[in-house]
Design a protein around this ligand. Structure first.
Ligand code: GLY
Ligand code: MN
Ligand code: MN
Length: 442
C-alpha cells in the first residue's frame, strides 16, 4: 500500500513547503530552522529516555534521530544538517540516499562546530530566521527567535489537515496495529494475562515497545475502568473481558485503536452493552462530516450513550435528563476523540483560526481535545466509552439523585470495568473513511 508513498511524499513536501512559505511571510520571517531535538537524559543518570523527534521536524523530514537540524527557506530546497558523528559507542545513523531525500540538500555533519558552520553559511544574510524546537541553545547560537507563537499556531493549524501521504501513513499504521489487535484478542481468549496480551500485540506489530505511539492500555475486567491504565498484571488470567487500546507507528504517524472483547464468561448483560456501544460508535463515526463542529458530535455522543445506558437498564431517567443533570458524564467522562497524526493527541485541536484565536472546550466538557469544525482531511478518533468508575459513581449514591441510577445493574457491571470502542476516521467531502475498519472490521 505504501508503494505509492514516493509520489505521495513528493506532493506532501511540496504542499507543506508552500504552506510554510506563506506562514513565514505572514509572520515576518525569511526562514525557519527546525531542530529534531535532543534525547532526554534522566536526572543524575546517563540513560536517555526513548527518543521522540520534534513533530514539526518529522512533518518535513521522516528521520527519527536526535540533533538533526532542518533549514527551510522558501524557494530553496530544504537543507538537512544531519547529525552523524563518528562514534564507536553508538552506531552512527547515516542518512544515505533514501527516496524522500531526493529533494533535499543533505550534509552529514560529524561535529557540533561543523554542523553550526553548515547552518550559519545558509542562514539568509540580514534576514529573520525563526527557530522551532526545544534546544534553546541552538537558537541562541544563531541569535534566532525561538518558537514564535504566531508561527507555531499557523504550523499547528496546517497539521490538522492531512495530505494524502499522511493519510496513507496513518492507514498503514492502522493495518499494522490491526494485526496486533487480532493477536491480542487470541491471547485473551487463550486465557492470557495483561502482560501476555500486551506481548502478543507488540510481537504482531513487530516493533520495539518504545516504538509504539503510546503505552498500550491492556485492562482485564475492572481495570477497563481506568482510562489510561498502564499496568501489565501477570497474575490475573482467564478474565471475563478485555479492553485494549493500542496503536502502531508508520513513518512517525500513529494509529490509536480500542476494542472491548467480552470473553466466554462475560454474560449476556455485558455482551448486550458492548453490542449497543458498537452500534452507537458506528453511527458517531458516520457523523464525522465536514462543517460539523466536533463539540456538537460530542454532545450527540452523550445523548446516544445515555440512550444505551437507559436501554441497558443502568439509568432510570431519559437520555435528555441524564445529559442535563451531568449523569451521562459519570459514565462517559472523556472527550469523544481527538486529532491524530504524528502525535497521538495531535496539535491544533483548540485553535479557532490559523491566527491563533482559541476555542476552549465548554466548562461542562473540559476534557474535549478538539473544538474545531470538521474539514475534509482531518483525521480524528471516534472513541465513545461507558465505564463503571467508583469515584465518579459514589457521589450519586446518596440523596435524591440516587434514584436516577439502577444500583443493582451498576453492581453487576462494575467487575467488567467498561466499554470503549475507538476507530480512526478520515473526514472527506462525503462519507467519512474509517481507516481502522478497513483492516479491523470488528
Ligand atoms: N490511547 C489514548 C487515547 O485514546 O486517547
Ligand atoms: Mn484516542
Ligand atoms: Mn486510544
Amino acid at each position: 500500500m505504501l508503494d505509492r508513498t514516493g509520489d505521495l511524499w513528493r506532493a506532501h513536501l511540496e504542499t507543506r513547503l508552500g504552506g510554510v512559505a506563506v506562514d513565514l511571510e505572514a509572520c515576518g520571517f525569511d526562514a525557519v530552522l527546525i531542530s529534531a531535538g535532543s534525547p532526554y537524559i534522566h536526572f543524575r543518570d546517563d540513560q536517555p529516555a526513548p527518543f521522540r523527534a520534534n513533530a514539526h521536524f518529522l512533518h518535513f523530514c521522516p528521520l527519527e534521530a536526535p540533533r538533526h537540524q532542518l533549514l527551510l527557506r522558501p524557494g530553496k530546497p530544504p537543507f538537512l544538517a544531519a547529525w552523524c558523528p563518528d562514534d564507536f559507542w553508538y552506531e552512527p545513523q547515516r542518512v544515505g540516499s533514501p527516496a524522500w531525500a531526493a529533494d533535499f540538500e543533505v550534509v552529514e555533519c560529524r561535529s557540533r562546530p561543523g554542523q553550526a558552520g553548515e547552518i550559519a553559511r545558509r542562514l539568509p544574510a540580514g534576514g529573520r530566521t525563526a527557530f522551532v524546537g526545544e534546544d534553546a541553545a541552538v537558537a541562541e547560537t544563531f541569535g534566532l527567535a525561538a518558537n514564535p507563537g504566531r508561527l507555531l499556531d499557523r504550523m499547528d493549524w496546517r497539521r490538522a489537515v492531512k495530505t494524502p501521504y499522511e493519510v496513507a501513513c496513518i492507514a498503514e499504521a492502522n493495518r499494522v496495529a490491526a494485526d496486533g489487535h487480532r493477536a491480542a484478542e487470541a491471547a485473551f481468549h487463550d486465557g492470557g494475562s495483561e502482560m501476555e496480551i500486551h506481548r502478543a500485540f507488540v510481537a504482531a506489530v513487530g516493533c520495539e515497545e518504545a516504538a509504539l505511539p503510546y503505552p498500550s492500555i491492556v485492562g482485564l475486567d475492572e481495570k477497563g475502568a481506568v482510562l489510561h491504565y498502564e499496568g501489565k498484571r501477570t497474575d490475573v488470567r482467564d478474565a471475563r473481558t478485555l479492553l485494549i487500546d493500542a496503536g502502531a507507528r508508520v513513518r512517525g504517524y500513529a494509529s490509536d485503536i480500542t476494542r472491548t472483547r467480552p470473553g466466554t464468561r462475560a454474560g449476556g448483560r455485558f455482551r448486550s452493552l458492548v453490542a449497543a456501544m458498537e452500534s452507537a460508535q458506528q453511527a458517531l463515526c458516520d457523523g464525522a462530516r465536514p462543517g460539523r463542529p466536533w463539540a456538537e458530535l460530542h454532545a450527540e455522543a452523550h445523548r446516544s450513550l445515555a440512550g444505551v445506558l437507559r436501554e441497558a437498564g443502568v439509568i432510570r431517567v431519559s437520555p435528555d435528563e441524564a445529559v442535563e443533570s451531568g449523569l451521562s458524564r459519570v459514565f462517559f467522562p472523556h472527550g469523544l476523540g481527538h486529532f491524530l497524526g504524528i502525535q497521538v493527541h495531535d496539535v491544533g485541536g483548540h485553535l479557532a483560526h490559523r491566527d491563533g484565536r482559541r476555542a476552549e472546550p465548554p466548562p461542562e466538557h473540559p476534557t474535549l481535545r478538539t473544538t474545531r469544525t470538521l474539514e475534509p482531511g482531518h483525521v480524528i478518533t471516534v472513541e465513545p466509552g461507558v465505564y463503571f468508575i467508583p469515584m465518579l459513581l459514589d457521589p450519586w449514591r446518596e440523596g435524591a439523585r440516587r434514584r436516577a441510577v439502577d444500583w443493582e445493574a451498576v453492581e453487576a457491571l462494575l467487575p467488567f470495568g467498561g466499554v470503549r470502542i475507538e476507530d480512526d476516521v478520515l473526514v472527506t467531502d462525503g462519507a467519512p473513511r474509517n481507516l481502522t475498519r478497513e483492516h479491523l472490521p470488528t
